[in-house]
Ligand binder design. Structure first.
Ligand SMILES: Nc1ncnc2c1ncn2[C@@H]1O[C@H](COP(=O)(O)OP(=O)(O)OP(=O)(O)O)[C@@H](O)[C@H]1O
Ligand SMILES: [Mg+2]
Length: 389
């Protein structure tokens, strides 16, 4: 599958924080379809009481411990810090180059004070734990972590093809086979996480990167958690949050299958099903349960989506007796050969136009750079919160 097209329009992207910045998306097109509606995506910082029960208690991990990832394995001196690739509520992600092997990596830097202020200590330690454990073709790989007195650092592979978000905004919307390809890769990644009792909780196009060949890598494990039963935390991104999370009910892995439904809808339509001008209005729409499917959606995808984006947990695919097999076996995925998807034995719909291996970051948006305080050795009042880094 190959798609080319033109779009000179830029669209706005809301940063995952409470305040919204905008920046232009430029550079990539795979389809010439145009839709006018934009989208706001805002993370909800936790304000209080985010752990309300004991079922969140960490179970013995089902995943093998990877010996390559140890705390303090690297230090700042191992890398040249380069441009910012993305920013978030607690810090930023930099392109970096190893002074030892000359290779490029991505380093996520979180400000300790900000993590404390936004009550994200537990989530940050979980992010490190989850990233250390997971090993899958469609999940980001972390190599190690370290810290200074003010910041936490996570060293990951650098994924060169940019965010699926940028590609989608430039393309307006994806043709059915393209959406299906990305959905299939995401589906296998979620199935892997769930089989190891990890809920991801932040599925959205900003967190899905494309590698040099056009396969996906899911990044941002900031809300991922090992949970074998149910949990209560209110977190995620408004447009993608399941109703049971909004209403503070105990919820399980199936919140990720709801988000997969929203993602498929957004890839096909170019906007999310509950889009509105404020998070509150979006929540009201989610709770109302009404979805308007564009008339170009095919009956099989409407059937799939109405059984993913449903508040009724006894109907939601992925949550039933056959688990994720019900999604994989759904008629919309009929022509998908899952073994080939997993083996990356399928031609990708879009090959990012970059030079591989040289730190090409032309497909990433630009963010204001700031004076870096990395490497400071002063007082560290929060050290005891982050002993694993
Ligand atoms: N391994 C990577 N390679 C290339 N770019 C990356 C990588 N990891 C993250 N990025 C870029 O940085 C952006 C922000 O990273 P990430 O999503 O992990 O942080 P965040 O959204 O700030 O996290 P949080 O939700 O915890 O605030 C991503 O959307 C992506 O554009
Ligand atoms: Mg993110």
């Amino acid at each position: 599958m190959n798609y080319t097209g033109n779009s000179s329009e830029s669209t706005q992207k809301s940063q995952p924080t409470v305040s919204e910045n905008s920046s232009n998306v430029s550079g990539m097109n795979i389809s010439s379809q145009h839709l006018s509606q934009g989208q706001h995506q805002v993370h909800i910082p936790q304000t209080s009481g985010y752990q309300r029960g004991t079922s969140d208690a960490i179970q013995r991990s089902l995943l093998p411990q990877r010996s390559t990832v140890s705390s303090g394995k690297y230090s700042l001196g191992d890398f040249h810090i380069m441009r910012t690739l993305g920013t978030g509520s607690f810090g930023r992600v930099h392109l970096v180059r190893s002074v030892h092997n000359g290779r490029y990596y991505a380093v996520k830097v979180l400000k300790k004070a900000q993590v404390i202020k936004m009550k994200q200590v537990e989530h940050t330690n979980d992010e490190r734990r989850m990233l250390k454990l997971v090993e899958h073709p469609f999940l980001i790989r972390m190599w190690g972590t370290f810290q200074d007195s003010k910041n936490l650092f996570m060293v990951m592979d650098y994924i060169e093809g940019g965010e699926l978000f940028s590609l989608l905004r430039k393309s307006q919307r994806f043709p059915n086979p393209v959406a299906k390809f990305y959905a299939a890769e995401v589906c296998l990644a979620l199935e892997y996480l769930h089989s190891h009792d990890i809920i991801y909780r932040d599925l959205k196009p900003e967190n899905i990167l494309l590698d040099r060949n056009g396969h996906i890598k899911i990044t941002d494990f900031g809300f991922a958690k090992e949970v074998s039963t149910v949990t209560w935390t209110l977190c995620g991104t408004p447009d993608y949050i399941a109703p049971e999370v909004i209403t503070s009910k105990p919820y399980n892995k199936s919140v990720d299958w709801w988000s997969l439904g929203v993602l498929i809808f957004e890839m096909l339509a170019g906007y999310t099903p509950f889009y509105d001008s404020t998070p509150m209005k979006t929540y009201e729409k989610i709770l109302s349960g009404k979805i308007h499917y564009p008339n170009f959606f095919t009956p099989d995808v409407i059937d799939l989506l109405s059984n993913l984006i449903t508040a009724d947990l006894t109907r939601r695919l992925g949550n039933l007796i056959n688990g994720p097999a019900d999604i994989r076996n759904h008629p919309w995925f009929q022509e998908v050969i899952w073994e080939k998807i997993l083996a990356k034995d399928i031609e990708t719909p879009y090959e990012p136009p970059i030079t591989a291996g040289v730190g090409d970051s032309s497909l990433f948006d630009h963010y204001p750079e700031e004076q870096l305080d990395y490497g400071s050795a002063g007082e560290d009042p929060y050290a005891h919160f982050f002993t694993e880094f």
